[in-house]
Design a protein around this ligand. Structure first.
Ligand SMILES: [Zn+2]
Length: 280
């Protein structure tokens, strides 16, 4: 199984739509998602699917999974299906907010976590009523940050097919009911390494190209400015994903270690003594 996972990580950082490296040369800059040295190292280990040295060996996670999960030292459990402290959720929400900023930047009215589809059991992440001059119908978006290795990945060598499988799953869930409500639906799929569905880039380019055209720029100018904006936001997104990855891995590790230390302390007779006195 490990070999399959190793095979899956490399194509995810090497294929032709790869943007996953963008965080690597952004790190020291002050206003990006700045990482400490420890966070940066943790991310490098995660990126190359190596054991993260801080994660203890042979530990069982304290999350509510049944049966309990034995922690992998690559960080995949903490950033994937660990349900303690909502780490994957924080990362998802961060990317949702960045994407909402992109839409606002081109003048689109956006609502995050719209409640109007709840009666259908649907919770898209973002709704935008109109992207001026670009899309006539309102759009809903749903964000997914998937791990490089999930059951959806049939071929470990093909990262793009894995993203497509996630896209299909989102489309199956949302497209039809959203169309019936008069909305377009666009899935926004990233991998936890930063790699993304190519349509995310095309969509961002389209709305920015249109935005700059509307401001009277020539075809050449608007193309150049749209490309710069897309680059900017993708870089910001990939930095945010990686920052959240390192925070997730380090926080969960630290909390597990603290918990172990605490239970060792509470078995200590000196620590328990005041409690015993009170109960007498
Ligand atoms: Zn867990």
């Amino acid at each position: 199984m490990n070999q399959v996972q190793d095979l899956a990580f490399l194509p995810s950082i090497q294929n032709d739509v790869d943007v996953s490296h963008l965080w690597l040369n952004s790190n020291p800059q002050k206003y990006w998602e700045r990482c400490s040295v420890k966070e940066f190292t943790t991310n490098l280990h995660y990126r190359y699917h190596l054991d993260i040295p801080y994660i203890p060996n042979n530990s069982v996670c304290d999350c509510c999974r049944v049966p309990p999960i034995r922690i992998d030292r690559k960080g995949s459990h903490f950033l994937g299906n660990c349900n303690r402290e909502h780490m994957a959720g924080h990362r998802h929400n961060k990317i949702r907010d960045i994407f909402a900023q992109v839409l606002s930047d081109v003048g689109a009215q956006t609502i995050t976590e719209p409640a109007q589809f709840l009666y259908q059991g649907l919770k898209p992440d973002i709704e935008t009523l109109v992207v001026p001059g670009c899309y006539d119908s309102p759009i809903t978006f749903d964000i997914r940050i998937t791990q490089p290795t999930t059951p959806l990945r049939k071929d470990p060598r093909n990262a793009l097919n894995h993203l497509r499988a996630n896209e299909r799953q989102k489309n199956d869930l949302y497209s039809h009911p959203m169309n019936e409500n008069g909305f377009m639906f666009i899935p926004i799929i990233f991998e936890s390494l930063g790699n993304m569905l190519p349509e995310v880039r095309s969509f961002m380019f389209k709305i920015y190209k249109n935005y700059y055209n509307d401001r009277g720029e020539s075809n050449e100018e608007s193309t150049m400015n749209a490309m710069r904006k897309v680059r900017f936001w993708l870089k910001k997104t990939v930095c945010a994903i990686n920052k959240q990855n390192s925070t997730g891995n380090l926080c969960r590790t630290q909390n597990l270690i603290n918990k172990k230390n605490f239970s060792r302390q509470s078995n200590n007779k000196f620590r328990d003594k005041p409690h015993m006195i009170c109960t007498i």
